[in-house]
Design a binder for this molecule. Structure first.
Ligand code: FAD
Ligand code: NAD
Length: 367
């Protein structure tokens, strides 16, 4: 295969092939990349159209075809991480021989910059809705059975609703079902369900309509987006998380992943800014985690506390950060993640720069 002229030299276009048995069709994609994992593979089958997208760094390879025959609902996707080979197995509805895979649709067999592809949505069913605080809920959305999609840590999806004939789209960062690791796997497999914590603003464009959805109703969910990379957590020794309000959502998976997978990690500190104590998301779970895991510390800072509050008060500031975000050793490998209202994040970035943290050591979450 020749190199694409507008791609970096090492980005060589993937290719695909397919074969069949009496009951199965297997599509094999040779990505020619080593760091492809299950999260890089997004597969959908809607109204006879098959779509498989393999995300490789900032590029994505797309197979998009109207299948020549019908298939059953469950699709399996397997990734051989060492060779970069992706296998997608379709179950035939009728045991007949297929002469061809399908009719090519838009951008079929293309390898282009990921952002050029536009957002792709599938309809997900709302399966539960649980109060987290007075104005915030945990929603569980079920992916269609023939979708294969996992939202990578630190990434968000767009939710889309049609209200009075107009489409409204907003980004949300999926979380885990809870911070208790014993609850995570068994109830709902993470590749079939997406959890989001959403604050309802009564005068908001999107959230009041979203909250009106009944269990069993549908919302369109996009493929994941975002520039956080798991590799930023590799070999890390200290992780600092600065979150304000629902800016806590990206921290959930990062916190869990780092504590579970980053063996070099000595310390994770979350500084969580809220208006009042009743606004704090998952306060009990965070305190429980801090009790259970000595590496994790949490501090709550309230900007509008009642007189009973004995903890820290105020907003993000140099004195607060200089005490909290401190390397325990001079050369510690650190990462600081920051997310919240735009003025909070912008001020945080400025203050961290003043405290001499480098750009690589600070990751901010924005749109
Ligand atoms: P909006 O219509 O945007 O209004 C929000 C509030 O601002 C309302 O109180 C409204 O009255 C007020 N307002 C609107 N316009 C003005 C104005 N001009 N002047 C003054 N006040 C105004 N949110 C979550 O809850 N959970 C998440 O996981 C999450 N993840 C996100 C991920 C990303 C990448 C980004 C960028 C945002 C994320 N958000 C998240 C925020 C979310 O996308 C929405 O912005 C939020 O839900 C509000 O949407 P809305 O349409 O209901 O409200
Ligand atoms: P909120 O209004 O309840 O405020 C929470 C805290 O943020 C306050 O207590 C205060 O400490 C701080 N804060 C608020 N305004 C500030 C300002 N002007 N300067 C400094 N600090 C300030 O927060 P909320 O309603 O939960 O809003 C959360 C915000 O986080 C939203 O704007 C949402 O879009 C954003 N968010 C972004 C992402 C992302 O980019 N990935 C993800 C989730 C949430």
């Amino acid at each position: 295969k020749s190199k694409l002229p507008d791609l970096p030299a090492k980005e060589i276009s993937p290719s695909y092939d397919w074969f069949q048995t009496e009951s199965l069709v297997t599509i094999v994609i040779y990505t020619k990349q080593k760091d492809v994992d299950s999260e890089s593979v997004i597969v959908d089958y809607q109204d006879g159209c098959f779509r498989a997208e393999i995300v490789i760094n900032d590029y994505s390879y797309l197979l998009h075809t109207e299948l020549s025959h019908e298939i059953q609902e469950d699709i399996t996707a397997r990734v051989a991480e060492k060779t970069g080979k992706v296998e997608i197995i379709l179950k035939k509805k009728d045991n007949v021989s297929w002469k061809y895979l399908g009719h090519p649709l838009e951008n079929h067999n293309s390898f282009t910059a990921h952002r050029e592809k536009g957002l792709y949505y599938r309809k997900c069913k709302l399966v539960s809705k649980v109060d987290v605080t007075h104005d915030t809920k945990l929603y569980c959305l079920m992916l269609p059975p023939d979708t294969h999609l996992q939202v990578p840590i630190g990434q968000h999806v767009y939710l889309k609703l049609t209200v009075a004939g107009a489409e409204i789209v907003k980004p949300y960062t999926p979380v885990l079902e809870s911070l208790h690791s014993d609850l995570q796997e068994p109830l709902h497999p993470h590749n079939k369900y997406i959890y989001v914590i959403i604050k309802i603003y009564h005068t908001g464009l999107f959230t009041p309509h979203f909250d009106c959805l009944q269990i069993g109703d549908y919302v369109s969910v996009s493929s994941p987006e975002g520039n956080f990379k798991k590799s930023q957590l590799q070999d890390l020794e200290e992780l600092f998380l600065l979150a304000a309000g629902t800016g806590f959502t990206p921290m959930v998976k990062i916190l869990n992943y780092a504590l579970t997978n980053t063996t070099s990690l000595r310390k994770v500190k979350l500084m969580f800014f809220n208006k009042t104590e009743e606004d704090i998301l998952w306060k009990n779970q965070l305190e429980h985690l801090a009790d259970k895991d000595r590496r994790f510390e949490v501090e709550f800072i309230l900007s509008e506390p009642t007189c009973e509050w004995t903890g820290k008060q105020g907003r993000i500031s140099l004195p607060l950060l200089s005490k909290f975000v401190k390397r325990s050793l001079e050369n510690s490998r650190v990462l600081i993640c920051i997310c919240g209202p735009a003025p909070f994040t912008e001020q945080g970035i400025r203050l961290l720069k003043d405290l001499n943290f480098s750009q690589e050591e600070v990751h901010s979450f924005t749109a």
